[in-house]
Design a protein. Structure first.
Length: 115
């Protein structure tokens, strides 16, 4: 059986997950990243309680999740920009490739992000 070939211009939508220490930073980041067209949409979610180890200490704190919707080709410029703007030493940056986006949503996402 022959392996399916992807189109050379295939640039799938991705969802980037990050968190911020407060809603103000999450809102500022969302505004900058949408304005700069690194993401088509940024969603600031309700605060959550995060539990983790940091520098040998067990930590618990309130954080605000931020979902960023973009294209795979913009992941690296988005990561660089987010790291430059974020106040965490090591901001969360998880990338999920979205395989089931509707054609119309994918077209909108490509239109609203950098070429």
């Amino acid at each position: 059986m022959e392996k399916p070939q992807l189109k050379p211009d295939f640039d799938p939508p991705v969802l980037v997950l990050t968190t911020c220490g407060d809603g103000d930073l999450a809102t500022r980041l969302a505004g900058v990243l949408v304005k700069e067209r690194l993401v088509a949409c940024a969603q600031v979610l309700a605060p959550v309680r995060s539990h983790y180890h940091w520098q040998g200490e067990l930590c618990e704190q309130s954080e605000v999740p931020l979902h960023l919707k973009t294209r795979q080709s913009l992941v690296e410029p988005l990561r660089e920009r987010l790291e430059a703007l974020h106040d965490y030493d090591v901001p969360e940056f998880l990338v999920l490739i979205c395989s089931g986006a509707s054609p119309s949503y994918g077209a909108w996402l490509r239109q609203e992000t950098r070429k």
